[in-house]
Write a protein that binds this ligand. Sequence first.
Ligand SMILES: Cc1cc2nc3c(=O)[nH]c(=O)nc-3n(C[C@H](O)[C@H](O)[C@H](O)COP(=O)(O)OP(=O)(O)OC[C@H]3O[C@@H](n4cnc5c(N)ncnc54)[C@H](O)[C@@H]3O)c2cc1C
Length: 379
Amino acid sequence: MAPPDPVLDHEVVIVGAGPVGLLLACLLAQDGVDVVVCEKREGEDPRSRAIGIHPPGLAVLDRAGIGSAVRAGALALAGGDVLSRGRVLASLSFPAERPVLVLPQQRTHALLRGRLDEVSPTALRAGCTVHGVRDEGGFVRLRVDVGARRRELTAAFAVLADGVRSGLRAELGLGWRRRAGRARYAMADVPDPTAGSRALLHCGPGGLVESFPLPGGLRRWVVRTVEGEDLTTADGFGAAIRARTGTDTALGPDVVPVSFLAAQHLVRTPVRGRIAVLGDAAHEISPIGGQGMNLGWMDAGRLARALGTALARRDAELGDYARATVRAARAAQRRSAFYMSMGAPAPVPAARARETLIRALGTAPLRPWAAGLVTMRGL
Ligand SMILES: Cc1cc2nc3c(=O)[nH]c(=O)nc-3n(C[C@H](O)[C@H](O)[C@H](O)COP(=O)(O)OP(=O)(O)OC[C@H]3O[C@@H](n4cnc5c(N)ncnc54)[C@H](O)[C@@H]3O)c2cc1C
């Protein structure tokens, strides 16, 4: 690799230390790239979000040297069952060589931070908010606040990994197109010593109820919100699960379900000159299907290679990063929109037609294809 340009502060500045920005930083730093990550938060992100880690995401974690730590902390899903009106319609198994792992995002995040500290102890700048980024032709200039101090940083490349609500994407006018798939859900992670190792997806007429075992004797419930329902109390949430699945969850009064809107968007211009958009800032994928973080990691793997090549050649060419990112995001969004439609509330005749389709997907000839779909094969 060519030596870094002595005039610039860094070779790459990443905006946002979410799981995707952090993974890119690990990949670049371990290859000797001078990279810093600006993160506006000082502390941990308290939100409970991603849990599912699929084989292509795991492959990039392996490349960054934390695959084994993730495997050691995660629960490996044995498989999943799709049910409707009390009957199992389809069952999938996840073989050990193509595992689906379950690990709460905060734990994954802690492993990524630990790895970045190992490969580049000063790369992460917490409490550092980026207010503006400009491509100056041969380099990029970022306006940054560190506490009360405003300063400028220069780099050969800037990567915007600042999440779904990316202010920098909006400021640069990179476009944010709405894609099919939009619905509201509620979610809670609750103690359940009987959680086992299979995911259950109830796709009955009342609307989707998902249930995933988590490590440490916990279970995540996700429930599709139907018009007029309040699922943000333990009572309302438990009642909806009981009505749709017959399961009595006996949620304690201290359980506070979180409501979230699942929506899908795609950036119009993922790369402009020396500025690349990455992760949720590039594509919002509905959490139904659990692909957003994994897709971001796959993009990070591609972008690390493209940046390495561009830095070595001292040019601004990021190869097919933009095209490959858009192609994979569109495919993931189509899959998520399909999963969401399979769990939409439906009158019984429509639910019956849906049951027939799900049964067909669970038959021996189609099962491997369905398992590939769920485990992000081909993205
Ligand atoms: C309920 C739920 C369940 C999910 N489940 C799954 C799942 O099972 N599997 C899966 O793959 N995905 C899942 N996802 C999606 C996953 O959580 C996201 O795809 C992932 O967090 C995106 O990571 P990111 O690093 O791109 O963005 P983020 O995690 O949003 O990180 C962006 C970071 O940028 C920082 N930032 C923002 N602006 C600035 C600025 N101007 N300067 C400095 N820092 C800034 C923010 O503070 C933040 O830390 C789920 C999402 C939800 C909501």
